[in-house]
Write a protein of this length. Structure first.
Ligand code: TTP
Ligand code: MG
Length: 400
């Protein structure tokens, strides 16, 4: 059965969000990424009015100023882009359980199973575009095609504020006239070789005898031709995000020594924040969980003033909670840490906004890359280090 794959990409995303925040910017050449005086930055995006002057993403700001001297240059406000992106995601979640977020302003949705409920592809696209307009005032472009590859190419063709539907029988004709640069996978080097062979369009690539391509590219020739014919089976991979990240362990025997409890707790906190960073998230709430020898279980929670992905901050929150847990003079059977109120790590994404990540975040980034090579235990800090090089917990620390 034919699949119905939707691709959505927001139009001039950062610039459009800025225009909603400040309507006086509507219709103006707007460049997000830095001020005219920010010599070293690059353009994140430009409004369509600024694109007329040849300004585009990743261009050095100095070049953008040269091309569009009367443009309005702003640094950008990443929290607002993130919030708008979340709203769009929530709308997509209403349409299908199979949503793959591809970037901050782009997603794939498998809408094969939503046909009856909404009344077909056109109605689905209309529903999404209207909801986005009403709830965020932002323009978006949607394409629906038999697979991700064709949907992605089509949404680019449909911009701005468009909708394109490519039925299976129209895929070849749709792709045929497009230049090779529109085909994901045909990078500059590949195109150079193809152009030397006299192949300038996707259609020519689809028609050329396979052995010509295999001779030029080896096995990659097959993949190239398959793509040029709009053939792809890559499924939409829904990305589920954790609501909480926790690590806990039961001691081999109940413990009265709080020094030991705290060392294990520091270790669990390290493991939690590591998982948090791996998910590209940060947490605003830290919960300490204690089960005493009589099986009574208590949780103590603290909300942080700022979300974090650092053990330093989680550790400080736990230090504030520990005196409450120690009030009961009972042995400890189980100890755990849970991080909740999770959201995407804004600092990590602020690369766009030009802000430098905090010093500690940079440190932890290098720590995590060492861990990726040598294992988690390779680098540890503070109290957790006192547990020794290899930590053997009586019960593995579990995660939700
Ligand atoms: P894109 O979807 O590539 O671009 P866009 O939404 O601005 O414009 P279009 O209408 O062509 O889709 O990227 C989404 C956002 O990601 C963009 O608004 C800004 C950011 N971005 C960067 O910061 N740097 C980059 O090099 C690119 C390509 C995007
Ligand atoms: Mg976009």
């Amino acid at each position: 059965m034919a699949r119905h794959i939707l691709h959505i990409d927001m139009d001039a995303f950062f610039a459009s969000v800025e225009q909603v925040l400040d309507p006086s910017l509507v219709g103006k050449p707007l460049i997000v990424g830095g001020l005219k005086t920010d010599k070293r930055g690059v353009v994140s995006t430009a409004s369509y009015e600024a694109r007329k002057y040849g300004v585009h993403s990743a261009m050095p700001l100095s070049e953008a100023v040269r091309r569009c001297p009367h443009g309005i240059f702003i640094r950008g406000q990443f929290e607002h882009y993130r919030a708008a992106s979340e709203k769009v995601r929530a709308i997509l979640d209403r349409v299908s359980p199979c949503v793959e977020i591809a970037s901050i302003d782009e997603a794939y949705v498998d809408v094969s199973g939503s046909q009856r409920l909404f009344g077909g592809d056109d109605a689905i696209a209309r529903y999404i575009k209207t909801c986005i307009r009403e709830e965020t005032q932002l323009p978006s472009t949607i394409a629906i095609a038999p697979n991700k590859l064709v949907a992605k190419i089509a949404s680019d063709e449909g911009k701005p504020d468009g909708y394109l539907k490519i039925a299976p029988e129209n895929v070849r004709d749709f792709l045929r006239p497009l230049p090779l640069a529109k085909l994901p996978g045909a990078g500059p080097r590949t195109r150079e070789v193809l152009e030397q062979l006299g192949i300038m369009t996707i259609g020519r690539l689809a028609d050329v005898p396979m052995q010509v391509l295999v001779q030029a590219f080896g096995p990659m020739g097959y993949a190239l031709q398959r793509a040029s014919r709009g053939e792809s089976i890559t499924p939409v991979q829904p990305c589920s995000r954790p609501k909480s990240i926790s690590r806990e362990t039961t001691f081999a025997e109940d413990v009265l020594d709080w020094e030991r409890v705290e060392r294990v707790l520091a270790y669990l906190a390290e493991r939690c924040t590591y998982a948090l960073r791996e998910n590209g998230m940060e947490a605003k709430c830290v919960t300490l969980k204690v089960r005493y020898g009589d099986f009574s279980t208590y949780t103590f929670a603290k909300t942080l003033s700022e979300p974090t992905c650092l053990e330093r901050d989680v550790g400080a929150a736990l230090d504030a909670l520990l005196p409450k847990a120690r009030q009961r003079r009972a042995r400890v059977r189980l100890i755990g840490v849970a991080l909740t109120s999770l959201r995407h790590n804004q600092h990590q994404l602020q690369l766009f906004g030009g802000k430098q990540p905090e010093k500690w975040e940079r440190v932890m980034e290098s720590v995590d890359s060492i861990r990726a090579r040598h294992g988690f235990e390779f680098v540890r800090f503070g109290k957790s280090m006192e547990l020794g090089r290899r930590v053997e917990l009586a019960t593995p620390s579990l995660s939700r």
